[in-house]
Design a protein around this ligand. Structure first.
Ligand code: M6R
Length: 604
């Protein structure tokens, strides 16, 4: 989704801003732009529709020299994808970039227009610019005008502001990610900001995460970032974190796509997880929460994280015998849920920045629940809001389609479940984690079989993924993965539900990817028979070397589940990941950055 990068300091500002935007490309965008002060002291805005390279080639011709710049990658929410709507938005006095949504933009725009103010784009962002400029002309005070403008906008936003007459950057946010960074050691100070710390890796050695409604002033003269509350008083409401500049940027290595690389990382990540929770902060966390009792557990997440939550729900319920409900964050936040103090709110998120999930965390915090998160990005908004964070240690996930994060979410969820049960989770699950790792490794060595199946089925009209009980979430996740990257219609269904409607879709151009484990074997088999009887193509992913499964299927991918008590859904899911990848490859889609999608969905 939209990305922000800003720089002020002693080097050519365009370079770190463009580099930062490039690192944020994985988040998804449809246009990009940059604003900087030119040598004549005027604000200049350059923006282009499409890929960042379009912007880069204009800048390569212009070769601007500047020490202050802000940049943005836009994922359209208000207004079409075009150059006018792209950010930054600017005039003679200010240039701004914005992430999020101004919910009362329409009303503000109407009243500003009634006062004679002019607008050029269809965006909500321009409302901020026009209002800010109007207030600044009245007061001549930048800080006050930004704060007053910010007070008038509703919704979750992060805004970064560049003024023509100052060599400073300003930023302010509400429930949207924003991070400021400082590089020490340079004579004149270098200050950065972004919507994602990944953009700043290698550039800064200290990060500052401002709280909501705190104005950040990045002043290279002072080589410092000042923070102010909404009354304009200096404040310390931010969190500081030292980050090593050694932190590395992800590369694809030998793989054609990040997604494939991330799929292949899973055996290693699975194996190393027990290590993280056997000592240090991981062990301390497990010791802290061991045996904790909650009356009810509410699991909340979106997309793949929600699917991981479904698997975790099964484990929590069967092990703890406590009531567990699971909600999509976008629904939970508006359905006025009944919440009590002695309940646990368990949030699951790779990025820790998903707007709906964060809104639910805010709601649960207000209601006094305990907040735990299963999250990948340390320091993310969700991480900072939660009482306890179960980091999934999956490393940076660049592919928009989540793979390794799903696996580690489930595994960490299981560690959490057994810890709450009062057990030594590493003792209970350690050997199964190792076994799973070996089985994923063995599965990856059969990748070519799935590639061949993908070639056979990629042109079919539609795909219905089915599974029962512990495999139902995998049917949902398998279908989501295929939709996301191959742009084909795919649905995940509980196998037992087929005859309640979707079986009407079955014909010889429909593929049923049927997950058949040893649990409920006969029942799932008969559901698959029903599809077969209606001439559907059958790909069975299930228990190995089974003659019944062999005879019913057009394609059969047998798996060795021996010894897996809790994690067989994870193993099946890796098959789904590989299959989606190769179907998408046959289709020739943009696998790592699928159309219309963003890596982290920071707007509602
Ligand atoms: O960062 P999060 O885990 O909170 O993201 C939630 C979803 O947006 C995410 O899982 C999305 O569904 C992925 N593209 C799935 O591959």
């Amino acid at each position: 989704m939209c990305g922000i990068v800003g720089y002020v300091g002693s080097r050519d500002a365009v370079v770190p801003v463009l580099e930062g935007l490039q690192r944020l490309e994985y988040r998804g965008y449809d246009s990009a732009g940059i604003s900087f002060k030119n040598p004549e002291g005027k604000l200049q805005v350059v923006k282009k529709e499409g890929k960042l390279d379009n912007l880069r080639s204009v800048l390569e011709t212009q070769k601007p020299k500047t020490s202050i710049a802000i940049g943005h990658t836009r994922w359209a929410t208000h207004g079409h994808v075009n150059e006018t709507n792209a950010h930054p938005h600017g005039n003679d006095l200010f240039a701004i970039v914005h992430n999020g949504i101004i919910e009362n933009a329409f009303e503000l725009k109407e009243s500003l227009q009634a006062e004679g103010e002019k607008f050029h784009s269809e965006t909500d962002t321009e409302v901020f610019l026009v209002l800010l400029t109007k207030l600044f002309k009245q007061t001549g005070d930048i800080k006050k005008s930004i704060i007053e403008t910010f007070k008038q906008i509703e919704g979750n936003s992060a805004v970064v502001i560049l003024n023509k007459d100052e060599n400073k950057l300003y930023a302010i946010k509400r429930s949207a990610p924003l991070v400021c960074g400082r590089r020490s050691g340079r004579e004149s100070g270098e200050l950065f900001l972004s919507s994602d710390p990944y953009a700043l890796v290698g550039y800064v050695d200290r990060l500052f995460f401002p709280d909501d409604e705190i104005l950040c002033e990045l002043d290279p003269e002072a080589t410092f970032i000042h923070f102010y509350d909404l009354e304009g008083n200096a404040t310390e409401q931010f969190q500081k974190e030292a980050r090593s500049t050694q932190e590395t940027l992800s590369t694809k290595g030998e793989f054609e796509h990040f997604m494939l690389k991330e799929i292949h990382e899973q055996p290693f990540l699975t194996k190393q997880l027990a290590g993280f929770y056997s000592e240090g902060v991981g062990k301390e966390l497990l010791d802290r929460v061991k045996g904790k009792k909650f009356d009810h557990i509410n699991i909340i997440g979106c997309g793949t994280a929600w699917h991981a939550g479904l698997v975790i729900k099964n484990i929590l319920e069967s092990e703890l015998r406590v009531k567990v409900t699971i909600d999509l964050a976008s629904e939970f936040r508006y359905r006025d849920p009944v919440l009590e103090k002695n309940e646990l709110a368990l949030f699951i998120s790779q990025s820790g920045e998903t707007a709906d999930t964060i809104a639910c965390a805010e709601l649960c915090k207000k209601k006094g629940l305990t907040l735990y998160s299963i999250v990948n990005v340390k320091g993310s908004t969700l991480y900072r809001m939660s009482d306890e964070n179960f980091l999934i240690y999956a490393g940076q996930e660049i592919g928009v389609a989540s793979t390794k994060a799903f696996t580690n979410m489930v595994l960490v969820g299981a560690l959490m479940a057994f810890t709450l049960k009062g057990e030594d989770a590493i003792k209970t699950l350690g050997s199964e984690l190792n076994l799973l790792s070996d089985k994923i490794e063995a599965l990856l060595s059969r990748e070519n079989e799935l590639k061949i199946i993908a070639k056979e089925i990629f042109q079919e009209k539609g795909f219905i993924y089915t599974g029962r009980n512990i495999y139902f979430p995998i049917a949902l996740e398998g279908a989501l993965k295929l939709k996301e990257i191959a742009y084909v219609h795919a649905e995940g269904y509980a196998a037992g539900e087929l005859k309640h409607g979707p079986i009407a879709l079955i014909d010889e151009q429909m593929v049923n990817i049927s997950i058949v484990g040893s649990e409920l074997f006969e029942k799932t088999l008969s559901n698959t028979e029903e599809v077969k009887a209606r001439r559907g193509k059958i790909l069975v992913v299930g228990v190995k070397e089974n003659s019944k499964l062999k005879s019913i299927s057009d394609f059969y991918f047998g798996l060795d589940f021996d010894g897996l008590k809790y994690f067989s859904p994870v193993l099946v899911n890796v098959v789904m990941q590989i299959l989606s990848y190769y179907i998408a490859k046959e289709k020739g889609t943009d696998i790592d950055k699928p159309r219309n999608l963003a890596k982290s969905v920071t707007v509602e």
